[in-house]
Design a protein around this ligand. Structure first.
Ligand SMILES: [Zn+2]
Length: 248
């Protein structure tokens, strides 16, 4: 990876006001773990790799199914039955061979999370289930790591950034003990590729702003996307002082 090659690859983003070599250097030094390589992950991973995130770790234990391909555009028909994490890593290395990509085709559990998730860098929640999402949230809070959360259903989505100790964590927002939100979801959540891809792109954008320090992130704000009616709204969110995970 030479400097001139970097200058050329990232030329169009280096032109962005306030980006420049310093921000690009931060991106090159950054380490991002994306948990879930489905619809959200497909978009988030491609744009993180394209922007030059130096180390990307992909965690997903699933194999690709035909019914994934309406939204999981990282893959192709010929990868059906293959491990998503491995194909995702190969695709990202093809897009940008100058970064390090690691695939972990593993299901995260309370027992193995410390082993598989780093205690540094940035976490991106591209999951489709609350059980693993709450595990990821606990890990983020325990180690003080920023976590970019998104969730989707149908043509709707939501997005926020968790900064442990400063903003609500996912337990503050979706309390695992209440269970109403996730228990009510059908086993197979309806989802449109263009809507979930929009949220995945926004996750990559938030992650890159956290890394570079540019702009304003979704701190204490939940962005709500209504793709059916082309509306973005935001809700102010507050920490739960009795949160089982992040309360002091
Ligand atoms: Zn909390």
């Amino acid at each position: 990876m030479g400097m001139s090659r970097d200058k050329e690859r990232y030329r169009r983003q280096l032109l962005i006001d306030g980006w420049g070599d310093e921000a690009q250097g931060k991106v090159a030094q950054s380490s991002v773990t994306v948990v879930g390589a489905g619809g959200l992950g497909s978009a988030a991973l491609l744009y993180l790799a394209a922007a030059g995130v130096g180390r990307i770790r992909i965690i997903d234990s699933d194999e690709l199914a035909l019914s994934n391909l309406n939204r999981q555009v990282l893959y192709g028909d010929r990868y059906i039955d293959g491990k998503k994490a491995e194909h995702a890593a190969a695709r990202l290395s093809e897009l940008n061979p100058d970064i390090e990509v690691e695939a972990l085709p593993t299901r995260l559990t309370a027992e193995n999370i410390e082993q598989h998730l780093p205690a540094e860098g940035l976490l991106v929640d591209c999951l489709d289930n609350f059980e693993t999402r709450f595990l990821l949230n606990r890990h983020a809070v325990k180690h003080g790591l920023p976590l970019v959360h998104a969730g989707v259903e149908g043509m709707y989505g939501q997005l926020t950034c968790v900064f442990p100790g400063e903003t609500p964590c996912l337990e503050c927002l979706f309390s695992s003990s209440k269970g109403s939100l996730h228990a009510a979801l059908p086993r197979e959540i309806p989802v449109l590729g263009a809507a979930v891809g929009t949220m995945g792109c926004l996750q990559a954008l938030e992650a890159l702003k956290i890394i570079t320090g540019l702009g304003t992130t979704l701190r204490n704000r939940l962005l709500v996307f209504d793709g059916l009616h082309a509306r973005f709204d935001e809700v102010e969110i507050k920490r739960d002082s009795r949160c089982a995970v992040c309360a002091p």
